[in-house]
Design a protein around this ligand. Structure first.
Ligand code: NIG
Ligand code: FE
Length: 411
């Protein structure tokens, strides 16, 4: 197959592992050679056209080329949406109160269990397609609305089916420890046993997930319970993630560090000890400002403090029907800038190379470099700062994934 040449770009904007955080490689008037699924060269268009005279041209529409967004925290496999809870929160109920009354995740679980595999595949397919339109080429995607052996397997099989049919990379995570389902409310230890003895072995056996995650939170899973679950996952060669220190400061960041997790996510209430532990163990902090925004919080994760202490910070949508209902990473960058005082350059890093690190794909994804996957988003903007600046908009003109154009906005 002929190589492809991406021409007529304003230029490229990319982080690179040999640069320091916040520093971007910005080059104008360059073209990109794509060979198969990979980036083969980045150089001036004239030089590359001579070197690759047979290359098929992709017209870059005078856009800036950036790495496709890597969204390292999403929950896309659910049945119905929960706009009634959104309204209840506006009227004064908290997320925790709604959950305690049987709403929240358990509300989604009841609906999920009634839906058929096919219905769920169709809905999830639509929802995941919408990530692509906003420039995302890779998502981490969690189960967690099934919460029985069969329904958790169903959730992960849906993700598998979609990743075979949609041109987006899906990194699957088992999140059986998302909540204690209705039928186990007065025997939670039995549910934890079910996760450890049946669900994790079955997920590993069928090779359905790469990561295991736990919602470590007051009234959900405690630190000792989470540790037990994570240890079982580790014993089955699953990599670890953690919903940590979101609503209460339980010490999830410290647990993530202790267990060798790849990432700890949320972290609104992270302690100084937790920050240092993450830094020392190389745990990536996945921050989800869309969730704080959508839940109407005044307090966001202390991004600046984490950055100052040398923690690798990534950004994600947390796309889910309860606490953050958006696929739009561009908006997440805007929120990170305005609410957590991250610079536009830091938000580019955090949504590409650092977020690739948060799903253990540093070698393959997250930057425009020779040898990496040709996952490229063309943004129709005058400069990269304009992406978070002109907020709530979609400036994505074209999306290339593994060397193929998978989205092209015509207007
Ligand atoms: O990351 N925190 C737990 N899980 C989701 C919320 C899921 C839901 O409300 O359905 C989150 O915010
Ligand atoms: Fe989440």
């Amino acid at each position: 197959m002929n190589p492809k040449i991406l021409t007529h770009l304003k230029g490229i904007v990319t982080p690179r592992s040999d640069l320091i955080f916040n520093e971007l490689d910005i080059r104008e008037n360059v073209a990109i050679i794509i060979n198969g699924t990979q980036i083969a060269a980045i150089d001036s268009a004239d030089v590359l056209k001579q070197q690759y005279p047979d290359a098929t041209e992709i017209h870059g529409q005078n856009c800036w080329a950036l790495p496709g967004f890597v969204d390292p925290h999403t929950h896309p496999v659910f049945y119905k949406t929960r706009e009634e809870e959104f309204e209840m929160r506006i009227l004064g109920k908290s997320y925790e109160e709604i959950a305690a009354q049987g709403g929240g995740i358990r509300n989604s679980v009841r609906a999920f269990r009634k839906a058929s595999f096919q219905q769920l595949v169709e809905l999830t397919y639509q929802r995941i397609s919408q990530f692509i339109e906003y420039g995302t080429t890779t998502i981490e995607a969690k189960s967690g609305y099934g919460l029985s052996l069969e329904d958790e397997l169903k959730s992960l099989r849906i993700l598998k089916k979609i990743s075979e049919n949609l041109p987006i990379t899906i990194v699957p995570t088992f999140l059986g420890a998302h909540e204690v389902p209705d039928e186990f409310r007065d025997k939670r230890e039995d549910y934890i046993e079910l996760i450890i003895k049946e669900m994790i072995p079955a997920v590993a056996e069928e090779n359905l997930a790469e990561f295991c995650d736990v919602f470590t939170e007051k009234n959900v899973f405690s630190i000792p319970e989470s540790e037990k679950i994570l240890q079982a996952a580790k014993d089955h060669d699953l990599k670890l993630k953690l919903h940590a220190d979101e609503l209460s400061p339980l010490g999830g960041a410290e647990l993530a560090a202790k267990m060798g997790a790849i990432s700890a996510d949320h972290l609104l209430k992270v302690s100084d000890k937790g920050i240092k532990a993450m830094r020392d163990s190389g745990v990536t902090a996945v921050l989800l400002p869309g969730t704080a925004f959508f839940l109407g919080k005044e307090h966001y994760a202390p991004a600046r403090k984490m950055i100052r202490h040398g923690v690798k910070v990534a950004l994600a949508t947390d796309y889910n029907p309860g606490s953050s209902f958006t696929q739009n990473m561009n908006l997440i960058l805007s929120l990170a800038c305005t609410q957590m005082k991250m610079t536009p350059a830091e938000t580019i890093w955090a949504s590409t190379l650092h977020s690739a690190g948060a799903i253990d794909r540093l070698k393959q994804l997250g930057s425009l470099e020779v040898g990496k996957k040709a996952d490229i988003v063309l943004q129709q903007v005058p400069n990269y700062q304009y992406i978070p600046y002109h907020y709530g908009m979609n400036h994505v003109k074209m999306v290339i994934r593994h060397g193929e154009v998978i989205h092209h906005r015509q207007n």
